[in-house]
Design a protein. Structure first.
Length: 100
């Protein structure tokens, strides 16, 4: 492969990575919107906002999925804990909605 071919293919691959990144951010936004909906349902049902067991199960399931895809489960755990924190942060910015 020539240098020019490698550069051209690298540019194409980077474009695909950029598209995946945009999709990931969109999926995160979808997840946050669903978490907001869950929060409203908790409000309506007078349910507990925090559910540490549920959060741990979500993170554990993500790590198991990561192992099956040969991804580092510790990094995936970290990502999912951060996604949960992002959802909680979004709740705290919503008018009339606290963390949870």
């Amino acid at each position: 492969m020539t240098t020019n071919e490698a550069v051209r293919k690298l540019h194409m691959v980077r474009g695909e990575i950029d598209a995946v990144d945009r999709s990931l951010v969109g999926l995160m936004a979808d997840r946050i919107e669903l978490a907001r909906e869950a929060r409203l349902l908790k409000d309506q049902g007078e349910l507990m906002y925090e559910d540490p067991a549920r959060e741990a199960a979500v993170v554990r399931r993500a790590a198991e999925t990561a192992r099956g895809l040969e991804l580092d489960p510790e990094i995936i755990r970290d990502v999912f804990w951060r996604l949960i924190a992002l959802s909680k942060s979004a709740h705290s910015r919503d008018p009339g909605v606290g963390a949870g």
